[in-house]
Design a protein around this ligand. Structure first.
Ligand code: GLN
Length: 280
């Protein structure tokens, strides 16, 4: 490997073609993490030389990536809603698809000081992005995995969004407020037998954040049913789900008594979130 920035990328990218759709970008992201610079730096100073310990660190990172470890785990961070979130293997890596859930929540006609609950918050991506946009919202975020609670709290501190309450709770089990104006969740919704669980980044994410029984519907149904006891009259439930689950979930929500049930597509035009309003 040539010990320049350009040389480091040229060395790594070809090794990553089997594991990544974006081998050059992956190489750049890892290198930028080592040199603590923004992307433009690589193109301005391609001949800058790496120190030998930087070469060692970079080589280790590339090796992990070759073995399939997600970029977000290697650099310990993933951007969501243009905010930096610390990430680790205890929970889901935030997905761009989930930004549509945040956008949909922000567009609801809610009061300035609305009470909002995020179930299965993981990194805290949804709850903290909402708090970043709506500083007056009273947001509670829960997760049943204690390491995820710790991670969400670390992200809360890092993003200076201390107004968000983060607690350990298995869905609603430890929630003691019964008048939320909005309940959101990106629960596990992949069918346990789905072939794509053997491919790519999901292999490194916890099963508990990805899969659910009843063909992926178990947690969606549990949340939709229980949420009725925790919503204020006229409160909204907003759930992320798989791109083929919209029709069945809408049917279930209507059966459960929700009104104005509707599905929203993500930026890739896939059905991604369904919302409904629990009547007065
Ligand atoms: N959308 C994610 C995926 O397909 C899954 C996220 C989830 O289960 N909540 O990888």
């Amino acid at each position: 490997m040539r010990q320049t920035l350009a040389g480091a990328i040229d060395w790594a990218a070809p090794q990553l073609v089997d594991v990544s759709d974006t081998p050059k970008l992956d190489a750049e992201v890892m290198l930028l993490h080592i040199i603590h610079k923004q992307r433009g730096y690589l193109y301005t100073w391609p001949d800058e030389r790496l120190a030998s310990e930087q070469v060692v660190d970079y080589t280790k990172m590339v090796h992990r990536r070759v073995l399939g470890t997600p970029i977000a785990h290697i650099v310990g961070e993933r951007e969501f809603w243009s905010l930096p979130f610390m990430v680790n293997p205890t929970t889901l890596i935030p997905r761009p698809d989930t930004e549509i859930l945040v956008e949909t929540a922000l567009n609801l006609p809610l009061a300035e000081n609305a009470k909002v609950l995020d179930l299965g918050t993981g990194t805290g991506a949804i709850a903290l992005s909402l708090a970043y946009e709506k500083s007056q919202w009273q947001i509670t975020a829960v997760d049943k995995i204690i390491e995820a609670v710790a991670l969400a709290k670390a992200n809360r501190a890092h993003l200076k969004l201390q107004q968000v309450e983060i607690i350990k709770s298995d869905w609603f089990d430890s929630v003691t407020c019964y008048d939320f104006n909005l309940i959101v969740s990106n629960p596990p919704y992949i069918d346990e037998t789905d072939a794509h669980l053997d491919q790519g980044d999901v292999r490194f994410e916890p099963q508990s954040a990805l899969t659910a029984g009843e063909a992926g519907f178990a947690d969606l149904y549990h949340i939709a049913s229980s949420a009725r006891d925790y919503l204020a009259p006229g409160g909204y439930l907003l759930l992320e789900h798989g791109y083929e689950q919209a029709i069945q979930l809408r049917k279930k929500m209507i059966e459960l008594g929700y009104e104005n049930v509707a599905t929203v597509r993500d930026f890739g035009s896939n059905d991604r979130c369904t919302l409904g309003r629990f009547p007065r």
